[in-house]
Design a protein around this ligand. Structure first.
Ligand code: GRF
Length: 203
């Protein structure tokens, strides 16, 4: 049996799409020895596939749209209220495709983590699988880092690598990397919840 929910740290996960990292995090937190509990999953898109997965796993979900009618500012105000109401200690971005503002980051007192599909500081931004192939590099990878206002730049908490093989395409790289992303993200979450500073390296 897990600890009483009162003793667990509260996690919120933000997604925009598939939610495979989200699923890995929820599955891990549902193990008896995990110090955290996912209180809710929130998406900026109604059609995010991850919302269905979260519901199946028994997790509460929310959507706060960001589009021509609803601004990011509105999203952040509502999100902040929800984070406070649910007493969230840790926010995990998992394929969340909006850039949170400096104001929001200053207002939320817990940690915010993100997983990015490159070996940071190399290849910040989008389309990293295509760009690593263009660089003719032999190694690709992913990074979990703290979120700060500058995109993909916060303190690195863990990294994982994969070898690039002849004939690899952006799709093949994404498929190979995602399994290792899941493994990395859950390890980093356990690490920071245990108050450990060690950077996780998974090769
Ligand atoms: C992952 O590759 C992650 O590194 C990036 O977006 C993708 C999300 O995939 N930030 P999923 O939604 O977790 O399956």
């Amino acid at each position: 049996m897990k600890e009483s929910p009162k003793l667990l740290k509260n996690i919120a996960i933000l997604i925009s799409g598939t939610g495979s990292n989200m699923e890995a995090i929820i599955n891990d937190t549902q193990k008896y020895d995990h110090p955290g509990n996912v209180k809710f999953v929130l998406s900026n898109r109604y059609d995010a596939l991850g919302l269905l997965k979260a519901k199946k796993l028994g997790i509460k979900t929310f959507v706060i749209p960001v589009n021509k009618t609803y601004s990011l500012e509105n999203f952040e105000e509502k999100l902040l209220k929800l984070l406070m109401k649910e007493k969230i200690d840790l926010v995990c971005l998992a394929g969340f495709m909006k850039v949170l503002s400096e104001k929001f980051l200053a207002n939320f007192k817990g940690d915010i983590l993100n997983i990015h599909p490159s070996i940071l500081p190399s290849l910040k931004g989008l389309k990293t699988h295509k760009r690593i192939l263009e660089k003719k590099s032999t190694t690709h990878g992913a990074t979990v880092h703290k979120v700060i206002p500058e995109l993909d730049t916060g303190k690195i908490l863990g990294q994982t690598t994969i070898k690039i093989k002849k004939g690899d395409t952006p799709e093949k790289l994404a498929n190979n990397l995602i399994k290792k992303e899941h493994y990395l993200y859950v390890k980093v979450i356990r690490n920071i919840m245990a108050g450990k500073n060690k950077i996780i390296q998974i090769d």
